[in-house]
Design a protein around this ligand. Sequence first.
Ligand SMILES: [Zn+2]
Length: 133
Amino acid sequence: MPTETNGLCPCGSQKEYRDCCGRFLEKKALPPTAEALMRSRYTAYVKGDLDYLVETDFHEVDREATKAWMQSATFYRLEILKVYRGKALDKKGRIEFKAWYRDEEGEERIHHELSDFEKYKGRWYYSGGLAAT
Ligand SMILES: [Zn+2]
């Protein structure tokens, strides 16, 4: 197997991809916290992993709309601003984050969101988000 030269995870954790979101996207483990799920969903956007986004959403997802959004935006930086609960023993969590991306015209934009997460049968899901300002 070739060695990956640039193995850092896109989520900005400064960890190797395979020790960070890679485990979750490759279904080797489940994210233990809301933040881990949040980061892995961001990484799924970066990598174009639509199935992972659909699978980790508590609600039914409009695949076409999600795919269109994923393809129109090139995400390049994630910043977690605040984490409310969402620890391994919690049932709910909320995370405020900013994700930087370039749109189709190459303009730099920021997606600022308050996301809600819920744990169902031992697994964390994204359950909705509000645009923050
Ligand atoms: Zn990561």
